[in-house]
Design a protein around this ligand. Sequence first.
Ligand code: NI
Length: 211
Amino acid sequence: MFAPMTKTHALLLGAAGMALAVVVVGLFVLLQPMFNSGTSGLSGQVRSSGTALVGGPFSLTDHTGKPVTEKTFLGKYMLVYFGYTYCPDVCPGELQVVAAALDELGDKANQIQPVFITVDPERDTAKHMAEYVEHFHDRLIGLTGTAEQIAQAAKAFRVYYAKVDDPDSTEYLMDHSSIVFLMGPDGSYLAYFAYGTKPDEMARKLAQHLG
Ligand code: NI
């Protein structure tokens, strides 16, 4: 019934197939962040693809002056957020979301260690971090370190930060990514919460991971 395919037809079909494949893969890559934040059913896929990308060794100092590494937090889920105490709005807002989500989880929240890592070690001393974290949650741990240690930790979590110099002031702002990461008790990456996630949504997704 069909005429045998000419060489040209086969080539055209092949090219069309390739183009379709490129479009499908491209769409998947583009939409993946949406799956991650919106569709819990696909979290398994996101989990496996993100495992190697986020997290890793770090060596820092907690707000009591005690040295800590990623191993310090093994055995507990860890909710990690990078920011700085002089941040005018984004950081305090996000830490309030984390605190509210933990409150919403009740006793289950005891499985989670919330951690705030500064991207501004120059001003955020351990003492300064101690005064800051207590405003948000009684179990929130603040971490600081040398500039090199902070750079290493931020690199492990793929967090971007940069000092924004203001020629008119001795003060400065830090530009930084605002993402909350959930790490598993074995230190592996489980999920992230984009800026703007509401406390009840965060609590609901956390509960799914806690089981
Ligand atoms: Ni901030």
